[in-house]
Design a protein around this ligand. Structure first.
Ligand code: GLP
Length: 233
């Protein structure tokens, strides 16, 4: 596992986006695994910039998002909306090539992913160590499934909703074994509230920290800022 300490989110976004652009230019039908939340936003901004500067085209790219809320009240609260707003509507990706897990048939997502194979997976991390919406104690063998969100996740994510009551209580997420099938994974963690999750991840495998499964993967890079780095004090 590689750990890269960067000055800020902007620097992280620039570096990950340039790796993605390079990959797509080598392999135009690249399959990306994508995350929502604040962590990947600078990466998406840089990808839009590269597209507008004609440095890359997403015409043949396929994407699989990590997760989606179940039972959201307004379209605006969905991760699908988030992705359209923060990336898809600004680039030349084809709508049919973008995928989200379907709560009515979660396992179908694993089958689709198996057929395509994710080349490059972008991850954030929850303060409780979740990746996607794989909350603490989930099986390391889990496939795409419906999950109840923990109190902490509901409270952390309430900043994106009208009120805490509007945050859905459930979500559908790629499982840990689904995520592990990606050929290459990058995880972004910035800010003090991610430090203990990163500490748990670096301490080795434990079910309390679902992200710690990444210790088993042969090609993972963790991008940190100083605040999220448990090696700093
Ligand atoms: C949500 C998403 C995760 C994301 C996490 C962290 O729970 N399901 O995929 O990594 O939030 O979000 P942020 O990047 O906003 O801290």
């Amino acid at each position: 596992m590689k750990i890269l300490l960067k000055n800020n989110k902007e620097e992280i976004g620039k570096e990950i986006a340039s790796r993605i652009v390079e990959l797509i230019n080598k392999k135009p039908n690249t399959v990306l695994g994508l995350a929502t939340g604040s962590s990947p936003i600078t990466t998406y901004k840089e990808l839009i910039k590269a597209y507008k500067e004609k440095k890359v085209s997403f015409k043949y790219v396929t994407t699989f998002n990590l997760d989606e809320y179940v039972g959201y009240k307004r379209e605006k609260d969905s991760y699908k909306y988030f992705m359209h707003h923060n990336l898809f509507d600004e680039i030349d990706i084809k709508d049919v090539n973008t995928h989200f897990p379907d709560a009515t048939n979660p396992l179908a997502y694993d089958k689709e992913i198996e057929l395509k194979e994710i080349d490059f997976q972008v991850l954030g991390i929850g303060a409780d160590g979740h990746i996607g919406f794989n909350e603490p104690m989930i099986s390391f063998d889990s496939k795409t499934h419906i999950t109840k969100l923990t109190k902490q996740t509901i409270s952390d994510n309430s900043q994106y909703f009208e009120s805490i009551d509007a945050v859905p209580k459930e979500a559908v997420t790629m499982g840990l074994s689904t995520i592990m099938k990606a050929k290459e994974i990058v995880l972004i963690a910035t800010g003090k509230n991610k430090r203990s999750a990163i500490k748990a991840l670096l301490a080795g495998e434990s079910k309390e920290c679902p992200a710690s499964i990444l210790n088993r993967h042969p090609n993972v890079t963790i991008y940190l800022d100083k605040d999220a780095d448990p090696r700093e004090n």
